[in-house]
Write a protein that binds this ligand. Sequence first.
Ligand code: COA
Length: 329
Amino acid sequence: MAITKAAITAVAGFVPEDVLTNFDLEKMVETNDEWIVSRTGIKQRHIVKDPKKATSDMVVSSIQKLVEKTGLDLDTVDMIIVGTVTGDYPFPDTANIVAHKVGAKNAFGYDINAACSGFIFSLFTAAQFIETGFYKKILVCGADQMSSILNYEDRNTCILFGDGAGVVLLEPKTDGTGIFDAILKGDGAGCELLHMKAGGSMNPATLETVANKEHYAHQEGRQVFKAAIVGMADSIQELLDKNNMDVNEIDWLIPHQANKRIMLGVADKLDYPHEKVLINIEKYGNTTAGTIPLCLRDFEHKFKKGDTIVLTAFGGGFTWGSILVKWAY
Ligand code: COA
């Protein structure tokens, strides 16, 4: 009997209209375009300016684009998972808000909080529901409105991130395509190097936490930089070893877009050609859980049925890992 795998059968994404360039940031903090481009590869990022919009709205726009593209009947969607650290509210979860807004009335869902690994953790979770035959159609979303948790007086973080969302449709396939394997990891010791200090049960919001600017993302950049290269490269190597594969069998590598130097560092560590590493960070910055689905959207035209694609991510937690995909269309 043919083995059922969960396959990505459609992709879409959304970034807000307003653009924040490096030149705009030069007027806000002590930085410059040359530094940002040479240290990160980022030229601009898209930012939600409308105070009435939140992460769910970017996810809704992504899903609407996917529906326009494919004609998907949202009544047939079983489940929606949203990878995000910037949900509309601490609770309820954004996935439920999204299901309501798009009118996916038969779908249940939840959020997965794994920072920059949010999309790959969500994707592999969703794949289990498809492979077991429990569900047939799942929308897996990665989205973050990072501008809502950035201190635009802190040049260490505000230059790096942007807002954006992406979605993939996951369906069963028995033709040798789909999600084949994953290596997923976590290490809570990384919490102190990348976190948002206040707003949770450890430090609930008070006038003091607001005055101390503790409701913003905090990152020890240099240490995260090193851990990200090692985490992504090692998880890719482990995935290859587990599947008796050579790195040259990967047709496309899609790394989480945190920093161009990190992505090329991963490729160098694996001796993998730079031209097969898919990069769009120059346009969007780091949209956290949004980066990988936005890459899938931007580079979809390059993929052929049967292509071997590896998705890899590293982020707050620490969380990290890699997924092996055989492209389905
Ligand atoms: N503009 C200009 N100068 C800046 C700057 C900015 N925005 N940010 C830092 N600098 C300065 C530093 O103060 C430092 O100056 P000093 O040498 O006088 O002390 C110098 O530039 C080098 O800083 P450093 O932190 O060593 O730079 P870096 O090469 O490590 O790059 C990051 C900094 C943040 C870009 C990089 O560490 C990084 O990308 N980290 C991981 C990022 C990430 O996206 N993580 C998310 C999850 S994976």
